[in-house]
Design a protein around this ligand. Structure first.
Ligand code: F6P
Length: 556
């Protein structure tokens, strides 16, 4: 990509990332430290484990087990500054249209701004609107939780089913699971996302429609999966309830598209709105979180928003060397672009966070899985890594082998809490001792001498060696609370933003999902047609369609 200047969607000239002086300085620095071992780095500085840490909004980040020196951090900060991260952060919080390809502001931070703050977009203070919706959500959640909101036949609502996909599902599911400890236990919460009919059937098979409320969540209210499931839900409800009027008591919608909601048959009085400046994957704290609010109650929901806001404030104001999201974002760039790490494993040592990696996959990969810069030039460097993970300790007995002794470098985020929510004998100490042990083993490994000193000899020795030097972050908080969860999600949101700013990409669009959607539309017509369709795909797709039609028609 030569040293030519690029332009952003807003026409400001931007220098190509790999031509930046700070990038070049990092590339030179990398050559000097690429072979340095964490064993050495810790031996050289006995206080490293206390120094290379930062803390904010109830979250403690230990990044000392990354392959960095003070000089690395200094150079990464230079890079972030050269990429105008300060200015980009300010622009996001001000509500500028930094989502350039969709010409939209990016204001999920306004969703958790206190009532007293003012953020003006197109002449309108958006914070007032946010709090008006929060009030309506709170009122509705209280009615459902207390039993004041009754179903069509007068029965109490005992089941809430959220229908949505992507950001309209992954956030609600993740947060429901994460904060289940705080949830109203005499209610059942389920989530239907997949257009696979099994998802809907399994979610509803043991429920009574008279006691079931559906929340149809879709920012656009045009998403095929969600509308298909919403129609199935209406048919399921009306089979028992008989009367179209029942829809009013059993369906509410969360959307930015009032017209689509009305067309579906949901009264817009039962609609909770949000705005085009909230991206789907950044929407769990908007009205998309209605199921969350019903589950945990309005007070806990507001506590979660306060946690988000505390991290937002930290991100806006803390110096980069102490700024958790900036540090995590810069370290991801360092590991991806210099150590050529292809993935990041996210490993919560907390059962309630079992859906957190799945949630992060959309947040990180839909945001930073981009191959062009803001002005459309092909990037000359890697962008967003693959995020994946499972809760500890389960992962230890499946894929950790590869992280310890495989040939790929896999940076890991370990997440843990000092206090358990469900005390059972010494389980929690065992859990967290495993977390600490894993980061220690990954960093320091086991040398040939140590293996031999342990009594292993001969050909077996190489099999028992652990190279170590595998980078990890440890994220530790006191206890999993609504506040901590909010802060944790905001930490990752802003880390993604930091990465995207350095890579000079649009972290807020998602054009990559469009092609498959369009092709599926055409293919569904071909699958459903009664006559043999004339197929114009490639030979593989044509043959698959024919085979499917043939075998499907043989079904019992
Ligand atoms: O197809 C991707 C996507 O647009 C996501 O970005 C979004 O979260 C999801 O679909 C669902 O969209 P909607 O909320 O409009 O139904």
């Amino acid at each position: 990509m030569s040293g030519k200047k690029q332009t952003t969607g807003s026409n400001a000239p931007v220098q190509c990332l790999t031509e930046r002086p700070a990038w070049k300085a990092l590339a030179g620095h990398f050559q000097t430290i690429r072979d340095l071992h964490l064993r050495q780095l810790f031996a050289d500085d006995p206080r490293r484990g206390e120094r290379l840490t930062a803390e904010a909004a109830g979250i403690y980040l230990d990044y000392s087990k990354n392959r960095v020196t003070d000089e690395t951090i200094r150079l990464l900060v230079n890079l972030a500054e050269e990429c105008s991260l300060h200015e980009h952060i300010a622009a996001m919080f001000r509500g500028e249209r930094i989502n350039v390809t969709e010409k939209r502001a990016v204001l999920h931070t306004a969703l958790r701004a206190p009532k007293t703050e003012r953020i003006v977009v197109d002449g309108i203070d958006v914070v007032t609107g946010v709090h008006a919706v929060l009030e309506r959500m709170s009122e509705f959640a209280r009615q459902v939780r207390s039993g004041a909101w009754r179903g069509y036949t007068g029965k109490r609502i005992r089941n809430v089913i959220n229908i949505g996909i992507g950001g309209s599902d992954l956030g609600p599911v993740m947060v429901y699971e994460a904060l289940r400890y705080y949830s109203q236990r005499d209610m059942t919460f389920r989530f239907v996302s997949n257009v696979d009919g099994t998802d809907f059937v399994e979610a509803t098979h043991d429920l009574n429609p008279e006691e079931t409320l559906f929340i149809i969540c879709s920012k656009t209210f045009t998403t095929l999966e969600t509308l298909t499931n919403a129609h199935a839900a209406r048919a399921w409800s009306l089979r028992k309830l008989g009367d179209d009027l029942a829809v009013r008591r059993h369906f509410v919608a969360v959307s930015t598209n009032g017209e689509g909601v009305s067309q579906f048959g949901i009264d817009t009085a039962n609609m909770f709105g949000f705005w085009d400046w909230v991206g789907g994957r950044y929407s769990m704290d908007s009205a998309i979180g209605l199921s969350t609010m019903i589950a945990i109650g309005p007070e806990n929901f507001r506590a979660m928003l306060a946690g988000f806001h505390a991290m937002d404030q930290h991100f806006r104001s803390a110096p980069f060397t102490q700024n958790l999201p900036v540090l995590m974002g810069m370290l991801t760039v360092w590991n991806s672009n210099f150590f050529n790490a292809q993935t990041v494993a996210v490993l919560p040592y907390e059962q309630y966070l079992k859906r957190f990696p799945a949630y992060l996959q959309q947040l990180t990969m839909e945001s930073n899985g981009k191959h062009v810069t803001l002005d459309g030039a092909r990037v000359a460097y890697q962008t967003g890594p693959v995020y994946w993970g499972e809760p500890g300790t389960n992962g230890q007995h499946s894929f950790y082998q590869l992280i310890h002794q495989g040939t790929r470098l896999i940076p890991c985020d370990f997440i843990g809490f000092c206090q358990e929510l469900n005390p059972v004998a010494n389980h929690h100490d065992l859990l967290i001792s495993n977390l600490f042990a894993q980061t220690e083993a990954l960093a320091f490994g086991k040398t040939e001498d140590e293996v031999k000193a342990g009594g292993v000899a001969g050909w077996l020795v190489p099999h028992r060696i652990f190279d170590g030097n595998r980078p990890t972050n440890t994220i530790l908080a006191e206890r999993l609370t609504p506040e901590t969860l909010g802060a944790l999600v905001a930490l990752y949101e802003h880390s993604v933003f930091t990465q995207g700013t350095i890579w000079n990409i649009d972290s807020f669009d998602q054009w990559g999902v469009e092609l498959g959607k369009a092709l599926a539309e055409r293919t569904s017509v071909e699958l459903e047609s009664r006559d043999e369709p004339l197929l114009g795909h490639d030979s593989s797709t044509n043959a698959l369609i024919r085979r499917y039609r043939l075998l499907r028609n043989k079904r019992p």
